[in-house]
Design a protein. Sequence first.
Length: 94
Amino acid sequence: MPVFPGFLEIIRVVERTIKYVEQERNTSVLTQVQGTIQFEDDEKISNWAKESVHALASLGVIQGTSQSNFEPQREVSFEQMLVLSYRCFSIFKT
């Protein structure tokens, strides 16, 4: 099973992609996020990635490993990447 390292980097790319699509479609998704989800292991999330993680978690695009933990250093399987891609696509379905 292929594994993707660098989950935080993937999340950052997904956030940038959403921002690009927002500009192209003249819509806003990220700015409509109400509040942010906090994780108990929030301190393990790199500072440069926290905003992206919180925004995408609030949108339901990503989830932690449980209700309270995120585990940012984990690897991502191919199947998890497909789910992430589907959720990202789904927020723009009209």
